[in-house]
Design a protein around this ligand. Structure first.
Ligand SMILES: CC(C)(COP(=O)(O)OP(=O)(O)OC[C@H]1O[C@@H](n2cnc3c(N)ncnc32)[C@H](O)[C@@H]1OP(=O)(O)O)[C@@H](O)C(=O)NCCC(=O)NCCS
Length: 217
């Protein structure tokens, strides 16, 4: 803070960031406290909607919430990545606090066509984390993709630090695979660094070569 005191704009911006952070911490304590009385995950209202069916105000609130976590609106995000077909939206007292999206995609697993539900964009707003909200959304979306969409399996990519969490939710990390997809210039790219998580209802998939017919999500 000391250095930026000479520059009032920088100083105010820094102060603003600090106040927002402090408010988030305070909010988190409040939600943890009320969570003991009425578990928030039991009061969470989850709606699964076709992305195209969102009205203007829903679209705005999705973009606003997405940007708060990923520093980019969802609309901007799918200029580079695949556009979602469905959104799972988690509301607490009519406030959007959590999101996970679903993309319908086709792929070849070792040369065999497979219909995929790709999921992504999972988020919970910082003040509401570690209360089981993402887990609630996860379970609901998992049920939805297997009960309502005509797919063979679910697939998403994630950072390696979250693998254990997703394994607890019934997903499996592929161990030996090469995954290719189309990048923004329609060129074939190979996925690196990330973990690939997979889930299916009946048969077990463990492909060595995955070719996504389109962009990744
Ligand atoms: C990941 C995220 C969605 C979890 O939301 P949440 O509502 O707090 O999740 P839950 O309450 O159901 O589960 C919390 C658990 O997630 C795991 N977890 C969350 N963030 C983690 C991280 N960065 N690294 C490792 N594990 C993590 C932990 O196991 C945690 O349990 P703990 O509190 O006992 O340590 C949330 O932290 C978030 O929005 N993060 C930023 C966006 C992101 O990384 N999304 C995932 C993209 S694959």
């Amino acid at each position: 803070m000391k250095q930026s005191k000479n520059n009032p704009i920088k100083f105010l911006a820094k102060l603003e960031r600090k106040i927002i952070k402090d408010l988030e911490i305070l909010n988190n304590h409040f939600h943890r406290f009320t969570n003991h009385i009425h578990p928030i995950k039991d009061r969470l209202v989850i709606k699964i909607k076709l992305y195209e069916d969102l009205n203007e105000s829903q679209r705005k609130s999705v973009n606003y919430t997405f940007r708060k976590v990923y520093q980019i609106t969802l609309e901007k995000h799918h200029e580079e990545w695949e556009k979602p077909h469905y959104l799972a939206l988690g509301y607490l007292n009519n406030k959007l606090i959590a999101i996970r999206y679903i993309v319908l995609a086709e792929a070849l697993f070792d040369g065999t066509p497979v219909k995929l539900a790709g999921t992504g964009g999972l988020l919970t707003l910082p003040s509401y984390r570690r209360l089981g909200i993402a887990e609630e959304i996860f379970r609901r979306v998992d049920d939805y993709i297997f009960d309502n969409l005509n797919i063979d399996c679910g697939l998403f990519i994630c950072g390696k630090s979250l693998v254990k969490y997703y394994e607890r939710l019934g997903w499996t990390k592929l161990t030996c695979y090469k995954l290719f997809y189309q990048n923004n210039d329609n060129k074939i790219s190979r996925l690196k660094k990330y973990a690939v998580m997979i889930k299916s209802k009946s048969r077990i998939y463990n492909p060595e070569l995955i070719e996504i017919n389109g962009k990744l999500w």
